[in-house]
Structures are given as structure tokens and as C-alpha cells.
Design a protein around this ligand. Structure first.
Ligand SMILES: *[C@@H]1O[C@H](CO)[C@@H](O)[C@H](O)[C@H]1NC(C)=O
Length: 196
């Protein structure tokens, strides 16, 4: 960047704070980077599955591990109580490969043609969820299950389908939801209360 341009951009950012937008995370000064920027301990720790879904996701993305910035990868540990569910969700920026280390899981994803691909995974089995597809994992078993996943983005993003539709703030209009799901207003409002 020329000096003149640099001056203008500095001036602009000083006077209008919101003018400079970075889509992603800015790079650290290389002189201040340390080994700790590439280090994440704690994947041996079980997540807390004492919640309505009986699951816990520890997604280690660029926010938690700065060294992932620009590298296009991240990782997650997912714990499942018996009958625990990682509910239908989408990663808008990543494909995912999941491996089961303990227990067994019923997993699946739905394609753009609404075709469902499912599999029961046991210890040591892997499954791929292609980018942008609605997918889930359910622990059918009576024991805990543990899975690890690799994702093809430093910031995969997660959209939980039910939360997006019934738990948005402010809520989506009843007119939209009753017609989408072909149910009455009472049913829509009941489901909405589950996400407050
Ligand atoms: C797990 O989460 C539940 C519900 O939020 C909480 O009551 C409990 O103390 C947590 N357990 C641990 C070990 O953090």
C-alpha cells in the first residue's frame, strides 16, 4: 500500500471506527507469536452432558486456538450421555469427519435432495458430513459415547436447525412458521417456549 493510501485508511479508521471490516481474524504480529498460540490442552476432559440434549460439544476453533488462523482446520470433542443427542445442525463453512472413540452412535446427514444417509458407528468407526448438510449424532446406547471431529475451516460456524427456527431473537413470525411446518399457531408457540 502506498503511503498516501495508508494515510487515508488510517484516517478513515480513526474517524469512522466501523469503516474497516475484517472478515475473519486479523493476523498477530509475527514477532509476538509463541508456541502457545499453536497449543491447546484439555481434550482429555469429558464435557458436561447434564443438559436437555445430553451432549456437550467442545469446538476448538480460531477463537480458542489462535494458531489455526488461515489454516482451514479445526477440531471438536463431543461427549454424549446415554440417549444423548447432538441435534440436527449445519456447519456453513466446513465439512466434518467424525471418529467414535467410545460407545456407539447413530449418525446421519440429509442431502439437498432430502435423501438421508445414516450409519451406526462403533468404536473406531468414522463418518463424513459434507459441508452445509444438516447432520446429527445420537447415542442409542446405555453407556456414554465420545467422538472427535476434524473440520475443514478454522471457523466452521454452527447453525442448529431447531434453535434457528424456533429460538431466534426476535422470533420468526407465526405466519411463517405455521405455514412452513403446516401446523397451528398453538403448536408453533409450544415449540418456541422450549427454546426460551
Ligand atoms: C454440569 O452442568 C449442570 C447444569 O448446568 C450443573 O448443575 C453442574 O454443576 C455441572 N457439572 C459440572 C461438573 O460442572
Amino acid at each position: 500500500m502506498t503511503q498516501a493510501l495508508l494515510k487515508i485508511s488510517v484516517l478513515l479508521t480513526k474517524t469512522h471506527k466501523s469503516l474497516l471490516n475484517v472478515n475473519g481474524v486479523a493476523c498477530k504480529n509475527p514477532n509476538q507469536v509463541t508456541a502457545d498460540d499453536f497449543y491447546f490442552p484439555g481434550f482429555d476432559k469429558c464435557g458436561n452432558t447434564s443438559n436437555k440434549l445430553g451432549s456437550a460439544v467442545n469446538l476448538v476453533n480460531v477463537e480458542k486456538l489462535p494458531g489455526l488462523n488461515t489454516l482451514g482446520i479445526s477440531m471438536a470433542r463431543i461427549d454424549y450421555a446415554p440417549y444423548g443427542l447432538n441435534p440436527p445442525h449445519i456447519h456453513p463453512r466446513a465439512s466434518e469427519i467424525l471418529v467414535v472413540l467410545e460407545g456407539s452412535l447413530y449418525v446421519g446427514f440429509v442431502t439437498t435432495d432430502n435423501k438421508l444417509f445414516t450409519k451406526v458407528l462403533n468404536k473406531g468407526d468414522s463418518f463424513v458430513f459434507p459441508i452445509g448438510m444438516v447432520h446429527f449424532q445420537y447415542n442409542y446406547g446405555t453407556t456414554n459415547a465420545v467422538a472427535f471431529a476434524g473440520l475443514s475451516s478454522q471457523n466452521p460456524g454452527t447453525i442448529r436447525v431447531a434453535n434457528a427456527l424456533f429460538g431466534s431473537k426476535p422470533p420468526i413470525s407465526d405466519d411463517v412458521l405455521t405455514k412452513t411446518f403446516m401446523v397451528d399457531k398453538k403448536t408453533v408457540n409450544y415449540i418456541q417456549t422450549q427454546f426460551q
